[in-house]
Design a protein around this ligand. Structure first.
Ligand code: 2HA
Ligand code: ZN
Length: 277
């Protein structure tokens, strides 16, 4: 038994995605965004090495909403109650590997930590939406960047489109990286299916979803890419609060300059689709 467990851990360690999880968990902790056991992440794997693919599966666990788009696929998921800083050091203890049933109605545990994140409903719903809308996005990072969360408390940002426009016009690179803007969801119960359904609908339109009074999530080709995106966005919130703390209400990049930059990079149409009047 101990030998099987050791072999499984070794196979889990050998996955390139595990190294990615370690790297990103380390940075989430360093940023101070994933405090304690806050935040979670997952990567979708379409194929597994034989050592992992042939493992005995645990009992099927029903999913709160069927996700047929994920049938037969695998998710490497951070575990509930796990710390990012611990996953960085001992990924086999914090990460779990799960297989979705062919009909998308349940999943089974394969290896690692058998208790997935409390936000599993969101991860499942979002991955299902990604398979249909941009299958190259295999990763989801959810974390709690404080400057961004603080901005969701402002009554002037009750309109999420306005919040996205004001923040993204704090810095040219952020605007160019996120021409689709970001969605801001009303407050939902953490871990709820409602939060998952609303998030999955939002990721069909853009790569970042801000959960009001809670945190943010990004999708990406890799966990590193999703973290990059959150870093670009967090930088805008940092600039915004530096100025507000100095008593200045920033006007942001002038509209004409923003348009010029977006047109120069062929991204104007994507921004024009959602920007507030
Ligand atoms: O994992 O961040 O949203 C703890 C959370 C729940
Ligand atoms: Zn959270």
């Amino acid at each position: 038994m101990a030998d099987v467990a050791r072999m499984t851990d070794t196979a889990l360690y050998a996955l390139p995605e595990t190294a990615e999880c370690q790297r990103v968990a380390h940075w989430l902790a360093l940023h101070g965004w994933s405090e304690g056991s806050g935040g979670n992440f997952s990567v979708r794997l379409d194929a597994l090495p034989a050592t992992l693919a042939s493992l005995n599966e645990g009992e099927p666990r029903p999913v709160p909403m069927a996700v047929p788009a994920l049938g037969r696929r695998h998710l490497l998921v951070s575990g509930t109650g796990t710390r990012a800083r611990d996953i960085a050091e001992a990924p086999h203890e914090g990460l779990g590997l799960f297989r979705i049933a062919p009909d998308g109605g349940s999943y089974t545990f394969l290896a690692g930590n058998d208790r997935p994140t409390s936000e599993m409903p969101s991860h499942l719903a979002i991955h299902a939406a990604l398979v249909e809308t941009r299958p190259e996005h295999r990763a989801i990072v959810h974390t709690h960047p404080p400057r961004l969360i603080a901005a969701t408390h402002l009554s002037e940002f009750e309109d999420g489109g306005r919040m996205a426009d004001v923040l993204l016009r704090m810095q040219s690179e952020a605007l160019l990286h996120l021409p689709d803007g970001f969605a801001v969801l009303p407050y939902h119960l953490p871990g709820s299916l409602e939060l998952g359904i609303a998030s999955a609908a939002a990721v069909r339109r853009c790569e970042v979803v801000v959960w009001r009074y809670h945190g943010a999530l990004a999708t990406g080709r890799s966990l590193d890419a999703a973290l990059d995106t959150l870093e670009y966005l967090d930088k805008t919130a940092e600039i915004y609060w530096i100025l507000r703390s100095a008593g200045i209400t920033p006007e942001g990049i002038p509209a004409a300059a923003a348009e010029q930059a977006l047109r120069a990079f062929g991204r104007w149409d994507r921004y024009a689709r959602w920007r507030p009047e």
